[in-house]
Design a protein around this ligand. Sequence first.
Ligand SMILES: Cc1ncc(COP(=O)(O)O)c(C=O)c1O
Length: 488
Amino acid sequence: MDYALLFEQFSARDDVVRWSAQKRLHGALRLAIQQGVLPAGLRLMSSRALALELGIARNTVVYAYEQLASEGLLCTGQRGSVVSALAASMVQAKAEQQAPRMKLTSQGLSRRATKLLSAPPFSEQTGAFVPGVPALKHFPIARWRRLLDDAWRTTSATHLGYGEAGGAFALRSAIADYVCASRGLVCDADQVIVTEGTQASLNLCAQAFCDAGDLAWMENPGYLGAQMAFRAAQLKLWGIPLDLDGMAPSAADWRERPPKLIYVTPSHQYPVGCVMSLERRLALLAQARRHRSLVIEDDYDSEFRYAGPPLPAMQGLLPDAPVIYLGTFSKTMFPALRIAYMVVPRTLLQPLHALLAKNYPSGRVVEQMCLATFIRDGYFSLHVRRMRRLYQQRRDCLLHLIQQHLGDLLEVHGESAGMHLSVCFRDQSIDDVECSERLAQLGIIAPALSSHHVGQRRHTWSGLMLGYAQVEERTMPGLLARMKQALK
Ligand SMILES: Cc1ncc(COP(=O)(O)O)c(C=O)c1O
């Protein structure tokens, strides 16, 4: 049992940072006992050894053990401190409590929704190297709070009704300026539609532009969130093979299965991380136009680019490109903000606005006004610049450690941009799902590339995703040592 890891992971939770070491140790052990990680009958390390291992005072451990004993979770005696039999019944009771609830949730749902339950929820995974999580500890909360206070102070009763369809104009206009200047888009503020996250944007695209049974293409492997949205709208998914230049549809794909929607992540493919070449982008746009397909360009983390300027977004490559561009503030600000945006071709604006007005009432006006100020006053670009520097340092550290310790086993992709990279096994017989599961037991979350297959269509990518944005450099050597242990 890796006590240091148990303690470290528990101590990293935001809600316990102010707790004393004793309280955190007690909490970490209690949770591990409740979850069955420390099973009934297990003898814990002696207080002296554990204190040494964790670098804390022995009394701290003694008091934590005493508290657990007083709760009936530990028995102390000649054998030392042993997890009590009561713990087994707690674990069992918890499992029993959960079982009927799981059943109930799927019972009340439609067959369509029940099928979606197999996907993991967004917020469940935490810790190193969960992909896509920004360095939230570095977000300027005080500044945001002050701007939010200001926004509320200038709010009158007129702002408390439904907001403008498509979002507050001040925000749409700040977004339009930003994407035109930094991502090469060609658009006006009225083409920008503010949503409550990319997931909402994807749901809206599928609902607005497709009927049940329509075909959507995705890169294979591809983003599970998009698969979820498209499956929820009862679209048929077709995974298009991916190589290091991006999605590579064949002539037969176009001839035999022309799609209604094409979902792509060209600036940093999710999950592999490669960048779609200009040639592929242009070819995809030309074919999409010919087949009247709509390209959904998800530009989720393009702000973080470490090697030269980014390729401009597909939306701006051709006049009136058949592209809906998706951006999000989940990576540049924080995921709980739930503000994202779509940039929509002019031809689709009017029907989309009509649909929005009838079925998607708009709100969160104060947060939207606050975000508009945050962007206009330069705080947004300052924060993005800082995070780019920080993520680059973290990425460099990770790359260095991979090269040093695992270079003979792994090949790195997707390190030039974004908040995660991927590593593929040089030995192709390694099962990435098994490896990812083994790492999860060691407290490392590194999703397998092969589990991002689209529909039932298998692909040849095998490896792991490593999100580094929220991982502090000082913890990386330990994490890499654990990875090495699991991989070897
Ligand atoms: C490919 C991709 N797109 C978009 C998002 C952001 O989604 P949202 O704006 O719903 O938080 C993520 C989040 O991880 C992502 O991985």
